[in-house]
Design a protein around this ligand. Structure first.
Ligand SMILES: Nc1nc2c(c(=O)[nH]1)N[C@H]1C(S)=C(S)[C@@H](COP(=O)(O)O)O[C@H]1N2
Ligand SMILES: [Mo]
Length: 373
């Protein structure tokens, strides 16, 4: 007899003190890649360098056969193909997307899951139909409170067999804060397989888990969705029995392009004495970033970096730059973003059991060589 699913798919856990990254975590890390930090130089992340996170397998999907249904509590159910979607006026938005688990691998104790360092981010231009337009055409019934989005990918997670599925409150789905898109293009091209070909949801300002890929169904419901990715995963919990709060908007974060050149194995940064430019990008899903501070002494003293004008709208990261005079010896560079709501980044890790929404500052150890070497 087959083993049941709970035997192949175990509950979530936190690593034991000193427990290294397991082969299972390595397998996830090899499938789900981050954005190399030097790619922070590009406002629009080049194809292939945007981070990727896929819970199960990339499903086989033919654009020509794809249909998306809009149903549930609606008066006029829809069933649309790609050509139908392309016939609506399109909207293009530049959106910075970040995985809610970004930074997880550095937490102590470490939640066992996709072991991101800090690079689970990317910015793309998404083109599609505002979800609001489809919901209006479907004539949502007054009793509806949420829209539930289903992806075509299937798997088992912590013993629960499922299609990847997430919901949004109707207010968010209707685009009260930002246009939510049913997107069929990324940077002007059809979506690549790993980013949801042929259709995905894009929810500006929200962590990645909300942007359902391989989108095949939208269903309006009169009760909040309680599926796995909503009520088990993606909650800020302190313990296994804590009901927690849902993970939603992206917390502010600044990242710096590591300066100098890296050692192959340790990736320690090496540079020569003198003035060196420091630059990077910063974003927040709550409000625009209004300040980036830099420290070259591991957070003891700070100075403000210059913020460049926003490029491509309010949902995309902002470029910042400053200069630093490197002196021989070891230094730790730190960058910290603050948004217009006054949210900023902690110097000590904010910990929760899933390792979500952790926006601890990035620390980059650098070694500056002696004069004349
Ligand atoms: N159908 C489906 N949608 C999904 C996922 C998934 O596994 N299946 N992963 C989510 C998560 S956790 C993230 S962080 C983003 C990643 O999007 P990207 O791979 O295009 O960067 O997709 C989200 N949408
Ligand atoms: Mo994610």
């Amino acid at each position: 007899m087959d083993r049941d699913l709970t035997a192949v798919s175990v509950p979530g856990r936190v690593a034991r003190p000193g427990e290294g990254i397991s082969p299972e975590e390595l397998a996830l890390a090899a499938r789900n890649h981050g954005m190399p930090l030097e790619a922070l130089r590009y406002g629009l992340t080049p194809p292939g360098l945007h981070y990727v996170l896929v819970h199960y397998d990339i499903p086989a999907a033919e654009a020509a056969d794809w249909r998306i249904g809009v149903g549930g509590l609606v008066r006029n159910p829809l069933r649309l193909g790609l050509a139908d979607l392309r016939s609506y006026p399109s909207v293009t938005l530049r959106v910075t997307m970040e995985c809610a688990g970004n930074g997880r691998a550095r937490l102590s104790p470490r939640p066992v899951s996709q072991p991101w360092l800090v690079e689970a981010v990317g910015t793309a231009e998404w083109t599609g139909v505002p979800l609001r337009v489809l919901l209006r055409e479907a004539r949502v019934e007054p009793g509806a409170v949420e829209a539930v989005f289903t992806g075509a990918d299937h798997g088992v997670e912590r013993g629960v067999e499922q299609d990847y599925r997430r919901s949004l409150p109707l207010r968010v789905a209707m685009g009260d804060d930002a246009d939510v898109l049913v997107a069929y293009a990324m940077n002007g091209e059809p979506l690549p397989p790993q980013h949801g070909h042929p259709l995905r949801l894009v929810v500006p300002g929200w962590y990645g888990m909300a942007h359902v890929k391989w989108l095949c169904d939208i269903s309006l419901t009169d009760t909040p969705f309680t599926g796995f990715q909503q009520s088990v995963a993606y909650r800020y919990r302190q313990s296994a029995d804590d009901p927690g709060e849902p993970v939603t908007l992206i917390a502010p974060r600044a990242l710096m392009i590591p300066p100098g050149f890296p050692d192959f194995m340790s990736r320690t940064r090496v540079l020569r004495p003198g003035r060196t430019g420091l630059e990077g990008r910063a974003w927040s899903g709550h409000a625009p970033v209004v300040r980036v501070e830099i420290s070259s002494d591991d957070g003891r003293t700070w100075h403000d970096a210059a913020l460049d004008a926003p490029e491509g709208g309010i949902w995309a990261w902002r470029h910042w730059h400053t200069a630093w005079t490197a002196t021989p010896g070891s230094h730790v560079l730190v960058a910290r973003a603050t948004d217009a709501d006054g949210r900023t980044q902690p110097l000590d890790q904010p910990w929760n059991r899933g390792g979500f929404g952790n926006n601890l500052v990035q620390r980059i150890p650098v070694v500056c060589l002696p004069e004349g070497t």
